[in-house]
Design a protein around this ligand. Structure first.
Ligand code: GDP
Ligand code: MG
Length: 303
């Protein structure tokens, strides 16, 4: 095992550039949730890819953005702190959206560390004007220029991913297996279930509702008949959001449940009974305890 390489690779960037999609693509399975809306990822999640001679821990983080509430502050702190002790940073930008103030802000934070960085220009499949790729790279280089490599990728078509993976492996130091080889995520099963429910809410509902939703798993038990019983409370902030979350004759909550159950069954390879309850907690995103509950920080802190 002398030549075994391993290390922590954080994926940084503003919201919605494709960080989580890129991680799933490198993992060749869905570990973290994604959506077409910014700020879907709220927590730090270690995704572990173990192959014969290496183990890379890909750290998914919330995008670095200007926080509007306490939950947002937590998310940004998590993202910034996730840069500490890393072996490599993947800095992801979206050239179609262009390099904005928020990207420059991330570049500044990153350039203060001495960690090697790969610049990833993602979503190149969606680019119509190819000049935008070079423009984005040049703009970023005004703030930080010493990337170990610049790679154009598409997390959707797979373009550039082989090159990216090889570059990551080359950069990793010799090191131990940090996680057993069959472990793919550092998060408990409850957390993964709550994330899959949250993803469906991001998929099916619009505007403020998904952002103000928190999911808490209250029961997660394997029953004698082999069925996994999961009860989840879905928290929203306003009474007026409740009929939307539930839908006419319960159609929306049923749809959320159906889609989430399908994914959870796949992940846990088990039949699942999913019981969902919608609850209103005014301004829960300002409430430390509620933030802890919905991000399953309590179980994280216990170890
Ligand atoms: P994150 O906030 O940075 O984690 O972004 P997500 O991974 O949640 O992705 C945001 C949106 O961009 C989703 O709708 C993805 O499907 C989309 N996306 C991610 N990568 C690509 C890509 O390479 N090409 C295209 N066309 N869309 C992408
Ligand atoms: Mg994400």
């Amino acid at each position: 095992m002398n030549n075994f390489k391993s290390g922590f690779v954080t994926v940084a960037g503003k919201p919605n550039v494709g960080k989580s999609t890129l991680i799933n693509a490198l993992m060749r399975q869905k570990i973290v949730i994604t959506s077409d809306k910014p700020q879907t990822t709220r927590n730090r999640i270690n995704c572990i890819l173990t192959e014969e001679n290496h183990q890379m821990i890909l750290v998914d983080t919330p995008g670095i953005h200007k926080p509007l509430h306490k939950l947002g502050e937590y998310m940004v702190n998590i993202a910034v702190n996730a840069l500490r002790g890393m072996d490599l940073i993947l800095f992801v930008i979206d050239p179609e959206d262009g390099v904005r103030k928020s990207d420059m802000h991330v570049a500044e934070i990153i350039s203060k560390s001495n960690i090697p960085v790969i610049l990833i220009i993602n979503k190149v499949d969606s680019i119509k004007n190819m000049n935008k790729i070079k423009d984005a790279e040049n703009k970023i280089k005004e703030v930080k220029s010493d990337f170990i490599k610049v790679i154009e990728t598409s997390a959707i078509t797979g373009k550039g991913l082989e090159e990216l993976k090889n570059t990551i492996i080359e950069t990793l130091p010799n090191g131990p297996m940090y996680y057993p080889e069959d472990v793919v995520s550092d998060k408990p099963s409850r957390f993964i279930a709550s994330e899959l429910i949250r993803e469906k809410i991001f998929f099916l509902l619009q505007e403020e509702i998904p952002h103000s939703t928190g999911v808490v798993i209250e029961d997660f038990t394997e029953r004698e008949n082999g069925i996994l019983y999961i009860r989840a409370d879905i928290y929203i902030e306003k009474d007026s959001q409740k009929p939307i979350m539930i839908g006419k004759n319960g159609t929306m909550i049923k749809k959320i449940g159906q889609l989430a159950r399908r994914d959870i069954e796949e992940v846990f390879e088990s039949k699942v009974f999913l019981d969902l309850f919608v609850k209103v907690r005014k301004k829960w995103r300002e409430n430390e305890n509620m933030i802890m509950n919905t991000m399953s920080f309590k179980s994280d802190l216990k170890g």
